[in-house]
Design a binder for this molecule. Sequence first.
Ligand code: ASP
Length: 334
Amino acid sequence: MNLTGADAPRVAVVTLGGTIASAGPAGAPVQPTLGARELVEGLAAVAGVSLEVHDLVRVPSVEVTLADLFAVAERIGAARDQGAVGAVVVTGTDTLEEAAFALDLLAPPGPVVVTGAMRPPGTPGSDGAANLLAALRVAAAPAAAGLGALVVLGDQIHAARYVRKTHTASPAAFTSPSLGPLGEVVEGRVRLRARVGPLPGLPGTRPQPPFPPVALVGIGLDDDGRVVRALAGLGHAGVVVEAVGGGHVPAALVGALGDLVARGPVVLASRTGAGPVLASTYGYAGGEVDLLARGLISAGSLDARHARVALRVLLAAGASPAQVAAWFAACEAA
Ligand code: ASP
């Protein structure tokens, strides 16, 4: 549905729900009920764009699936084929970083900007309209082309691969601890100060649903390994291990992790939130040198949640463990 007939650059908006689309009786808990038309009302003229809107689902973001995001990517592809210069995807903030990275992998090149809100519409200081307006401006900005999927909240522009939700409630919840924001929107102008290289291409066939299940297991102090050992019987196609520090687990877990490597790709990420998995520093059993030698694949600077999205997409493309390893290495080098 095209909302304005102007000659202005056309941006496709796809909405999935989240706080930005949530409402409820005064003072009561809110639920995602608002659709795309209600969210974009009045914004196209201010942003200087024409809009086509797609109301896909109205759900809390924890209910969004990779199949939903594949459908979003398809709609963005069709919109681009028909002349849209960019796309904005509106979703809940709880899983927004994963949705953005999935679209980085699945959507066609061109600005795909993901946004949401920390405060529901109609509440004091609600941030949805401002975030959506800034996202529309970035999606229509020629300077944003070639940067892959971006996340725009609080007038900051983040690369999908590095951004994280780092606060449960603050309107400034989104940060990129490894890099910082790529830029910002000030007085309506898109100002990009840094760029990230393109993601490496995916091996194999074009990924599409079903996306194979990948387990994410977090490791902590005095972990007895029973969750890691149980994984062997759960039928996942791959595993992401969120290890401590530079990529370390208790020595008691290395045997079970080695068994998992024999079943499918096991990716090693760090729980610290910034910085790459180490490669050559610690020589003890369960240290990163030991785990990588046992066949675990370094996530590089991707955190565990981003790594899990990438692994599911790679497996859907039919990538072998060697191809998975090569992709993560190329991603780190990009
Ligand atoms: N629970 C909400 C969601 O992710 C939070 C938000 O959108 O900010 O759907």
